[in-house]
Write a protein of this length. Structure first.
Lengths: 256, 256
DNA sequence: CGAACTTTTGACCCCATTCAAAGTAGGTGG
DNA sequence: CCACCTACTTTGAATGGGGTCAAAAGTTCG
């Protein structure tokens, strides 16, 4: 077997610690937070637009999308969150600013009381600073997402999304950058890319015909990652993953 | 006369204080920050893509755009910043994550040393928390921007942009929501909206023909704000301006 | 008073949407 | 285990919104 996926809370704490050095006491305090475990099936809203703020979510398993909704019901997904992510951490600082959150597949989350996290941030300044930095990085990713939507063609957008997600999934121990499972519908891909489901299908077909990516079922195989990154004009550095740059030491045990 | 535009640094401190109650000492410390005044003419980059981090910018006068740049040179503006805004405050927490910044018109900024702001945030926890919250609100606006780019037609995008900017300009004391000056080129509007300059022109013409907005020179007159907001599906609450919604109980007593 | 930059308009093209329908899982109950 | 239902995927044909190319008419400013 490959490396086991790290426990989501560990992943979260690790990322925080990388942003601002955390003492052992602070790390333990984060690990010992108690929250409510919640299961959501695909397509249900974890936080509906305009809902009251009642907790901060840690993704434990599955896939969640942050989204904006329009009055006609259409949605634009603005960020994808994997196990170990906390999509709405910034709501600790600004309870009013709560993003809407949707489970894209069957998803398990833990919901922590806002006050507990606020108390932690106040008690350990390093934690507060790490929370702030965490939100800042989130905003960087969001900015790329916006650039993607504004200025690129359908194929480029799709390529960029696949590049981003392949690296992040690999980083979360959920696959490898050239072979991963992304079990979302084409409808949902459309909501991420600002495209109609029909055109998502055609776009995937185009990539398949170029022999760059094949999506069978919801299993993605990237045959030519370099070419994919090139069409996407993708620069991984903004994700700030360690695995991102060298990429040489991407272990690949004999499997499949 | 209408109200005078408040001094930009005051506007910034005021906004911070609204996010997290600041003591007089902390407010004074913010006011007394010393930085380098810089003038930039229209179109020049205040921070070029990939440039080294060397300061945090307060917009004093003019208009700046945060942007993403692609390898072919095209740009997508992801946020507009008015006098009193600090576009890159989050770089205090994550120096690596520095947004590119462009002066859209002749613009004056003050550049503060990152360390000075970091020291302030560490010394006054309330300031740190306010900085964090400031970034969180910025991200909320950015999320709307992304939704705008992903799912709306050219006319809707333009309408939304004009709604947002008219309210923010009015809030900054630089005009009224139905009559304001936005002295940017149609090329730059295109970079904001993900459109070509030619189509920006046609879009403005469409709004003019519907008698909703007329843009003569770079002076904008909104004849029917309600109708504009309706076509944009615009909801002002995300901006968290006092003028926008009731928000009556938003104020807090200044603690020492 | 000319040079460079904007704005405006026209004609044509192409990418993505829309509408429609057939094919393909996946899941449930008989 | 199969019949059936529902949701998702795939493909075709027609439409349209926005892009591209080109040129003329303002502006601004040295």
């Amino acid at each position: 077997m490959y490396k086991d996926p790290p426990a989501p809370i560990d992943r979260f704490v690790l990322r925080l610690a990388k942003l601002s050095p955390l003492g052992k006491e602070a790390r333990d305090a984060l690990q010992n937070l108690r929250g409510k475990v919640i299961q959501a099936s695909a397509g249900t809203d974890l936080v509906s637009p305009g809902a009251r703020a009642d907790g901060i979510h840690l993704i434990v398993e599955g896939l969640a999308g942050r989204f904006a909704q329009f009055s006609d019901g259409r949605r634009q997904i603005t960020a994808i969150h994997l196990p170990g992510d906390v999509p709405d951490l910034h709501a600790v600082a600004v309870p009013i600013a709560r993003p809407s959150l949707q489970a894209l597949i069957t998803t398990t989350v833990i919901k922590y009381p806002v006050e507990d996290l606020a108390a932690l941030a106040r008690r350990y300044p390093a934690v507060g600073e790490a929370f702030w930095a965490y939100g800042a990085l989130d905003a960087v990713v969001l900015e790329r997402w916006a650039g993607n939507l504004g200025r690129r063609s359908a194929v480029q957008r799709m390529a960029h999304l696949l590049c981003e997600l392949s690296l992040r999934l690999a980083d979360a121990g959920r696959g490898q950058r050239h072979a991963f499972s992304l079990p979302v519908t084409q409808q949902q891909l459309g909501d991420m890319l600002g495209l109609t489901p029909v055109h998502v299908n055609r776009t995937l077909k185009a990539l398949r015909d170029q022999n760059v990516v094949t999506a069978k079922g919801r299993q993605f195989l990237v045959h030519d990652w370099e070419s994919l990154a090139a069409t996407a004009d993708f620069d991984p550095s903004y994700l700030l993953l360690e695995a991102a740059e060298p990429a040489a030491n991407q272990r690949r045990p004999a499997a499949a």
